[in-house]
Design a protein around this ligand. Structure first.
Ligand code: PLP
Length: 358
């Protein structure tokens, strides 16, 4: 256990916080946040303080060179059970893999977990309670050194903020544009890291997809534009001849915790799971031949989102025959039941967080 400074001012902001009816995703912020600074080669004191603006000098390195990483996790409190958090140690490990790639210091496990757990513990009343709803947690770290030289920062700040959020899920299915031109990531780059810059690089394609009436971008590999990688914030799966196929991880794909959890759940249900390089032309043929009847995207926010159709920029569409997604809906329900503490947890993926008050 580490020493944490709890600002007494958090009592008032928590007591006065009211959850609105309509949550949306990531719009409402929890009334407190965690903060810890890194300087002279070491991490300082972890603080829990009221949520609010932070001040930085305009020459802070993050504002110029994008030395920033983040994570996304969810806490659940359904039917009076919980709050529970799902596989937080995996997010911690991925956070430090991202930190290494972006020339940032590792965060100690106890700071990462204590910050996250304390936010949930003090905000347990802020965790929404309808199925599909959750407290979305956003740990992040950014470079704060005040200097314009293109050198790794020597000062950083780690923070955790949280957002009571509604379900991200739409049952009508995603419409997905295959991105044949731009690349989000490439070999030797930062695609496997959860670095803010990767998301900035995906936004122009998101605008194009939206203007054409689609909601998601499907990224292909950065070298040949031949192999499927992932969506801008979710991993990709397709059901082909009854087996579950997903792109083999490489350094331009994010190693999703939902992806890994789904692979385990599917295998345990007797579904054949195949990780491989997935050629986009082959997949389109398989969709046309109705060998591929289902496809879905997955990630912490949406859990599993079935895909209605893939589309080319010329308007050609490849509808998934079974886009209501028998396998996707079933796996989604299995995973959500675990996360919400409604199902047995043979994998020990779910951790209970004892609520705290001040
Ligand atoms: C680029 C990208 N791929 C995949 C995912 C899914 O990862 P996870 O299941 O750990 O949320 C995310 C979201 O975190 C993401 O940003």
């Amino acid at each position: 256990m580490i020493q944490v400074r709890i600002d007494p001012a958090i009592k008032n902001v928590i007591d006065n916080f009211r959850l609105p009816e309509n949550l949306g995703f990531g719009n409402i912020m929890a009334p407190i946040m965690a903060s810890c600074s890194y300087e002279n080669g070491k991490w300082g004191e972890l603080e829990i303080i009221p949520y609010g603006p932070i001040s930085m000098y305009p020459n802070a390195k993050v504002l110029h060179y994008a030395q920033e990483i983040f994570e996304g996790m969810k806490a659940y409190r359904i039917d009076g059970k919980g709050p529970f958090i799902f596989r937080p140690a995996e997010n911690f490990l991925r956070f430090n893999r991202s930190a290494e790639r972006m020339a940032m210091p590792h965060i100690p496990k106890d700071i990462f977990l204590q910050a996250t757990f304390d936010l949930i513990a003090y905000c347990s009343k802020v965790v929404p309670s309808h199925s599909g709803e959750s407290l979305y947690l956003r740990p992040f770290m950014f470079a704060t050194e005040e200097a314009l030289g293109i050198k790794p920062s020597e000062k950083f700040r780690f923070m955790v903020i949280a957002s009571p959020s509604g379900s991200y899920f739409t049952s009508e299915g995603l419409s997905v544009l295959i991105e044949r031109f731009a690349a989000r990531a490439f070999p030797g780059g930062t695609g496997f890291a959860k670095a803010g810059g990767n998301y900035a690089a995906s936004l122009l394609a998101a605008i194009k997809a939206k203007n054409m009436g689609y909601v998601q971008t499907l990224w292909l590999d950065g070298r040949e534009r031949k192999y499927i990688e992932e969506m801008s914030g979710m991993n990709f799966f397709a059901v082909i001849d009854g087996a579950l196929h997903t792109p083999l991880l490489n350094d331009s794909i994010l190693d999703g915790i939902t992806r890994r959890s789904i692979m385990t759940l599917a295998q345990d249900k007797g579904i054949n799971v195949i990780e491989r390089k997935m050629d986009i032309e082959e997949l389109l043929k398989d969709i046309k031949a109705e060998r591929c009847t289902e496809a879905f995207a997955c990630g912490t926010a949406a859990i599993i989102a079935p895909i209605n159709f893939l589309a080319e920029e010329n308007g050609e569409r490849f509808p998934l025959k079974n886009h209501e997604g028998k396998i996707s809906i079933e796996l989604r329900e299995d995973l959500l039941a675990l996360q919400e503490g409604r199902a047995k947890d043979p994998y020990h993926w779910v951790e209970y967080i004892e609520p705290k008050s001040i």
